[in-house]
Design a protein around this ligand. Structure first.
Ligand code: GDP
Ligand code: CO
Length: 398
């Protein structure tokens, strides 16, 4: 890949938030091109060799809930062969067993492609046993199963990736119509993470656009309605502390993102659809220098957060309605609202925004999404003993 250098960086404690990087070439060549050793170059070449080094150590987690099988199959076809897909499904099992259909499709697809994979149901006893044995009970409900929700599925995927010895985790939604964009997202993950010298880094995709049908033509909207609002408040929070207005943060709702395992284990997480915005909240709380963090290693190495703009438009399953939109805005803003690093003045503004949109009633406060502690507290050795996830080197499911 060839992408531009992120010249502007917002530093916030140990966090380095880089400006959005634009892609010049999706394929930047197989080896290092010597021309790029010139320090005056404004474009960075990341040769395929380097991307491959990362991709072969990466698990791509695909959360899925009742999506069309064809879409899921398309997503699988876009994932580079070197990566391990981990599918965490919360699809229905009665009256029609959609999970079984997914399993059969994934199994035969991966047999033909000779691709390794892992698939697990979020509500299966085996998935629950993993967390019970690992002592990470925050994810379990009263019945002892994993809680429902996308974030909860993502956490299960991360734990499995850790048990399987992966060093990086990336996330791709299952409802993507374009396999080519899936391939691009994974390349963005590996290109993003390859730029960091710290063990703690994250790469987030900024969608180029989301095509919509307006009257008779296609309209390529640049910002989703939710992202616009989330990013505005995230930037205000940053600006409040630095004293300078900023537009640096553009990926507050980036479902497509990747992290090093070190960082993935250290962050805490928020339930449901607020998980992506909460990444920033967790970064500011842990590495912002406002609240104490006893972990000297990460504070010294710093945390790199890259944002890269995709070339492909993002085209996913049809809009899931206004209620979903309200849920997403509500979730994203309430994690900001409830953070101890959110200043009172900003809390007031957030409250105003949520009330104006009738997401929160006149005399109500936003409810705080459930929070999950860092996965670092989980006993992975004990969890790994419950079931050998590598038992069948090729075809693993539960
Ligand atoms: P949007 O794209 O942000 O509007 O959200 P989607 O509804 O498309 O959800 C994003 C991804 O998460 C899709 O692949 C969904 O199938 C998946 N998903 C949604 N809810 C759950 C859940 O409870 N568990 C799991 N494992 N995946 C979910
Ligand atoms: Co979607």
């Amino acid at each position: 890949m060839r992408i531009d250098l992120p010249v502007l960086t917002e530093r916030f404690g140990a966090n380095r938030f880089y400006q959005v990087q634009k892609i010049y070439e999706l394929d930047g060549g197989i080896e290092q091109d010597d021309e790029f050793s010139n320090p005056f170059h404004v474009i960075r070449q990341i040769p395929y060799e380097r991307l491959y080094e990362i991709e072969k150590n990466m698990a791509v987690i695909i959360p899925v809930k009742n999506e069309r099988l064809r879409l899921l199959e398309g997503v699988l076809s876009g994932i580079p062969h070197a990566c391990l897909p981990i599918i965490i499904s919360n699809s229905q099992q009665t009256p029609i067993d959609r999970y079984r259909m997914e399993r059969e499709m994934v199994d035969s697809f991966c047999r033909y492609a000779k691709k390794k994979y892992v698939i697990a149901h979020q509500r299966s006893p085996r998935t629950a046993a993993l967390f019970k044995a690992g002592g990470y009970t925050a994810l379990l409900d009263e019945e002892g199963f994993l809680r429902n929700g996308k974030a909860e599925g993502m956490l299960a995927g991360m734990a499995l990736a850790r048990i399987l010895g992966k060093r990086y985790v990336g996330f791709i939604d299952a409802d993507n119509y374009f396999p080519g964009s899936v391939l691009e997202y994974v390349r963005i993950f590996s290109a993003g993470l390859s730029q960091s010298n710290s063990p703690f880094s994250m790469a987030r995709v900024q969608w180029h656009s989301k095509p919509k049908i307006v009257e008779e033509g296609l309209y390529f909207a640049k910002w989703g309605r939710v992202s616009r609002i989330t990013n505005e408040y995230l930037n205000r929070l940053l600006g409040y502390y630095t004293g300078f207005e900023t537009e640096a943060l553009r990926t507050g709702n980036a479902g497509e993102h990747a992290l090093t395992m070190e960082l993935a284990l250290m962050l805490d997480y928020s339930a449901g659809f607020s998980i992506e915005t909460h990444h920033f909240v967790s970064l500011l709380e842990k590495f912002g220098g406002i609240l104490p963090n006893p972990d000297t290693e990460s504070m010294k190495a710093g945390v790199d957060i890259f944002q890269i703009q995709s070339r492909n438009p993002h085209f996913h399953a049809a809009d899931k309605g206004d209620e979903h939109l309200g849920d997403m805005i509500g979730g994203s803003l309430s994690v900001l609202f409830h953070s101890p690093v959110c200043p009172d003045a900003l809390k007031k503004e957030i409250l105003g925004e949520l009330r104006k949109r009738h997401i929160v009633g006149k005399n109500e406060l936003p409810s705080q999404p459930h929070r999950y502690p860092p996965l670092a507290g989980m006993d992975f050795e004990a969890a790994a003993k419950v079931y050998d996830w590598t038992r069948q080197s090729n075809f693993i499911h539960t």
